[in-house]
Design a protein around this ligand. Sequence first.
Ligand SMILES: C[S@@+](CC[C@H](N)C(=O)[O-])C[C@H]1O[C@@H](n2cnc3c(N)ncnc32)[C@H](O)[C@@H]1O
Length: 214
Amino acid sequence: MGMQCERIAIVGCGPGSPDYLTPAAEKAVEQADVLVGAKRLLALFSNSSAVRIEVNSGIEETLQRMEETEKEKRIAVLVTGDPGIFSLGRRVIKRFGRENCRVIPGISSVHAAFAAIGVDWADAWIISAHKEDPDSVPPIAHWDKIAILGGRETSLQWIAAHLPADSVEERRVFVCENLTLDDERIIEIRASDLGGLKAASRTVVLIMKKSLIP
Ligand SMILES: C[S@@+](CC[C@H](N)C(=O)[O-])C[C@H]1O[C@@H](n2cnc3c(N)ncnc32)[C@H](O)[C@@H]1O
């Protein structure tokens, strides 16, 4: 069942609904003395009596507080979705070492988005425009299936400005907001309308060649 001795568990908590939390995630949280995470992730575990370190924008400050935690305490770092997809997990592993961390996979918002429209995703390319615009313009046009993590007010404008030239004719665009939550909304829009759309802070945009959608 994997190694149990690591001090830090990096716990994938799914896209938001408690229905999408795994029993392994719940167990890791039960065993933790300290929970680290954003406010809405901490709220998923309101029954836990562990000490809480809320992650705001200051990641460095959070890592420092983890470092100052007594060495015998077990820490669970809560991340949205899966730790392997644009999460705090990478910074935690870099700082504390892989040998001290156990990664508990979760259901990603990307999994949930493709599931919502019933399309497989093994050949998808995943881009994050979540925190800031990506540094360089990725060669989006090379990929037939793209998932972009939005989240900021201007994320959709960035995506709209970098759509492949063939988008209007050749591709379908789905905007997936608040996946798994009560206010989940999945809409298909014309590529040319994407830039003007106001989307929720939890949004994944899927852009796909029409021929790939059954
Ligand atoms: C910091 S990234 C973390 C991604 C996460 N590790 C994952 O696997 O889903 C945060 C972004 O995930 C996406 N996201 C997270 N939860 C979501 C949800 N319930 N519905 C839609 N998008 C979501 C949004 O694009 C948000 O800006």
